[in-house]
Design a protein around this ligand. Structure first.
Ligand SMILES: [Zn+2]
Ligand SMILES: [Zn+2]
Length: 148
C-alpha cells in the first residue's frame, strides 16, 4: 500500500475518532490533499473536484478545510491575501517558497525548539507554535531564467 493511502486511512480514522462525519466530499478533499504536494488553495481543490461534485461550491470546500484544520489534520497557511493555502499535516516541516511562481516546497529540519524557548524567555509569551520559511527561486524558475 502506498504511503499516501496509509496517510489517508490514518486521517479518516482520526476524523472518525473526533466524531466528524465523513461525507464523500470530505473524503475526496482529504484524498486530494494527501496526494497533492503543492499546498493547494481552496480554489484549486474546488477546480480539481468540481467535475466529481457538480453541486459543491468553493465555500463548501473552504468549510470542510476549516473542519479539518480544527481537528488538526491540515494547516492553513495565510499570506495576507485571500488565498490561504492548505497543507496536510504529516510531521512538522518547513517551507521553501519561490518568489517568482509561488510554489511551496517542503523540507525537514530538526524542530527549532530552542527558538521557541528563547522567544518565550525573552517575551514572556507562552509559545504554541512557529513558522519558518525560506524564500528564493525554485529550480524551474531558475532554469527558465537561465534559458534567456
Ligand atoms: Zn518558481
Ligand atoms: Zn508543507
Amino acid at each position: 500500500m502506498a504511503v499516501s493511502e496509509l496517510q489517508l486511512r490514518d486521517a479518516l480514522d482520526s476524523l472518525k475518532g473526533t466524531g466528524v462525519r465523513i461525507t464523500p466530499q470530505r473524503h475526496a478533499i482529504l484524498e486530494y490533499l494527501v496526494g497533492a504536494m503543492s499546498h493547494p488553495t481552496a480554489d484549486e481543490i474546488y477546480k480539481a473536484l468540481e467535475g466529481k461534485f457538480p453541486n459543491m461550491s468553493v465555500a463548501t470546500v473552504y468549510n470542510n478545510l476549516r473542519v479539518f484544520r480544527e481537528v488538526g489534520l491540515v494547516k492553513e497557511l495565510t499570506y495576507g491575501d485571500s488565498s490561504s493555502r492548505f497543507d496536510f499535516v504529516t510531521t512538522d516541516h518547513y517551507h521553501a517558497i519561490c518568489e517568482d511562481c509561488g510554489k511551496i516546497v517542503d523540507f525537514h529540519y530538526p524542530g527549532l525548539d530552542e527558538v521557541e524557548h528563547l522567544a518565550s524567555h525573552v517575551t514572556g509569551f507562552k509559545v504554541n507554535n512557529h513558522r519558518m520559511e525560506v524564500y528564493g527561486t525554485c529550480r524551474d524558475c531558475e532554469a527558465k531564467a537561465g534559458a534567456h
